[in-house]
Design a protein around this ligand. Structure first.
Ligand code: SF4
Length: 118
């Protein structure tokens, strides 16, 4: 299996070094990101905000043309992956999605309990 992303030597956190293409799964072979693009998807230590925003937008542009974006995003949400851009979402954006999902799940459970109580 191809493993296109080469981790950055100066990555701030060890778990940042695991890129989508380094995960085992049926969708990884179709990923358009490459190992040598790891610097685009994961923040180096002490990255200035403007540089981070610019890098994340560039990573998202790669994700936007990726045929397995949905699978990659779901993987990152389910793990959950704490760092980097996965499936076109930053870590902060994934936290928002997960919080929304948890709220929706809680509302559904509450509605189910109310309906069951009659
Ligand atoms: S969606 Fe983005 S991070 Fe995920 S495999 Fe595709 S290009 Fe890589």
């Amino acid at each position: 299996m191809l493993q296109p992303h080469q981790p950055l030597q100066d990555a701030a956190v060890p778990s940042q070094r695991i890129h989508p293409r380094d995960q085992a799964g049926p969708w990884h072979s179709e990923a358009v990101c490459r190992r040598d693009e790891a610097g685009l998807f994961f923040a180096p230590s002490k990255e200035p905000t403007a540089a981070r925003l610019s890098r994340e937008e560039a990573a998202k542009r790669v994700c936007a043309r990726c045929p397995v974006m949905v699978e990659c995003r779901e993987h990152a949400l389910l793990q959950p992956e704490p760092y980097g851009v996965w499936g076109g979402l930053t870590a902060a954006e994934r936290r928002v999605v997960l919080a929304r999902r948890r709220r929706r799940e809680a509302e559904l459970q509450r509605a189910t309990r109310v309906a069951a109580a009659g």
